[in-house]
Ligand binder design. Structure first.
Ligand code: CAA
Ligand code: NAD
Length: 300
């Protein structure tokens, strides 16, 4: 016996959160001809998300059709026709096969949202979180669809980074994991599998690296510019750690470290994941990195 829920394949998608990540996820799904709804709390946030999508599509269109602005416009409008926007998460969930959540990195806020969505979404809908650092099982336990809950972790900038981590809890069904692998490939990404462990694969390595760069800087051992130059020219990284932190968003990085630190008691005392005072200071001043115009560097 297979229920209609387990037979369904992914066609219609809802992405909650129209920020850096949510807008990118909407874009890549729309580019692959999925029908997508982008949801956020306010018209302003949705407008911001649409601006990010259009800006990115323009770069892609210019490369794809260097000699024809009309072809560029046709491409952009074609992709944009595949998504709509809404500030009503519950209404947008009708008929949805896949929900990807990309809101603020806060366990309680995510749990509250998922609990509400679980009571209103069709049984067939697969729930995914794009969390960077929170245990998927701690988010999933706010719902009653444990076998249809997984992590789908994209990388910034989503249109450019090829990787998606597919994270399974002990309860995630094999069929759901297969659907998520298939979906990731259809949107042009390379999926990798990981268990629900702190930081999954990439952030387990990347976050301590960024925090270790902060310790070097905070001790006064080197300037942040020299640390960035060091990692670019000495290790071949496309961005130095401070450029990357500004790119990720300092508020997001602050949430990641705090949540990671507090939700994994066995990591307490591990210097690698202790929150950083320089990040605290910049965030309290409203300097969130590129998205606010200033972080470790000035982008204005
Ligand atoms: N949309 C579309 N295209 C984009 C884009 C976007 N948002 N951003 C960059 N590109 C394209 C550019 O058009 C350009 O294309 P061509 O080479 O074909 O001309 C290409 O990407 C390179 O861009 P740039 O020349 O502007 O700059 P760059 O060479 O420095 O590359 C970058 C930009 C791809 C972002 C590169 O610097 C990079 O890979 N940085 C590291 C990013 C990274 O590590 N991301 C992971 C962050 S951690 C995370 O996401 C997980 C988490 O949970 C926090
Ligand atoms: P962001 O600050 O750019 O965007 C978050 C968006 O969520 C905002 O538009 C906000 O209005 C919206 N939002 C907040 N609460 C909401 C709610 N209850 N309902 C609907 N919308 C709500 O953040 P981001 O960088 O896009 O990060 C989003 C998620 O993706 C976080 O979990 C983060 O850890 C994860 N992530 C971030 C990166 C990164 O490099 N920035 C990479 C991978 C994963």
């Amino acid at each position: 016996f297979a229920s209609s829920a387990s037979m369904a394949s992914i066609e219609k998608i809802v992405v909650i959160g129209a920020g850096l990540m949510g807008s990118g996820i909407v874009q890549v799904a729309a580019q692959a001809n999925y029908k997508v709804v982008m949801v956020d709390q306010s018209a302003d946030a949705l407008k911001k998300g649409e601006g990010i999508i259009r800006g990115s599509l323009k770069r892609i269109a210019k490369k794809k059709f260097p000699d024809s602005t009309s072809e560029q416009d046709k491409f952009i409008e074609g992709v944009c026709a595949n998504y709509s926007t809404s500030s009503d998460a519950i209404e947008s969930l009708k008929d949805t096969d896949l929900l990807v959540e990309a809101i603020v990195e806060n366990l309680e806020v995510k749990r509250k949202l998922f609990s509400l969505l679980d009571q209103n979404a069709p049984a067939k809908t697969i729930f995914c979180s794009n969390t960077s650092s929170l245990p998927i099982s701690h988010i999933a336990s706010s719902t009653k669809r444990l076998e249809r809950f997984a992590g789908l972790h994209f990388f910034n900038p989503v249109p450019q980074m090829k990787l998606v981590e597919v994270i399974s809890t002990d309860d995630t069904s094999k069929k759901v994991l297969k659907d998520l692998f298939d979906f990731s490939k259809k949107i042009g990404k390379s999926p990798i599998a990981c268990k629900d462990t702190p930081g999954f694969i990439v952030n387990r390595l990347l976050v301590p690296y960024m925090l270790e760069a902060l310790r070097l800087y905070e001790r006064g051992d080197a300037t942040l510019q020299d640390i960035d130059t060091g990692m670019k020219l000495g290790a071949g990284y496309p961005m130095g750690p401070f450029e990357l932190m500004d790119y990720v968003g300092l508020d997001t990085l602050k949430f990641i470290t705090e949540q990671w630190y507090s939700s994994n008691p066995h990591l307490k005392g591990e210097s690698l994941v202790i929150p950083s005072p320089s990040i605290e200071k910049l965030v309290s001043q409203g300097h969130l990195g590129r998205k606010s115009g200033k972080g470790f560097y000035d982008y204005s």
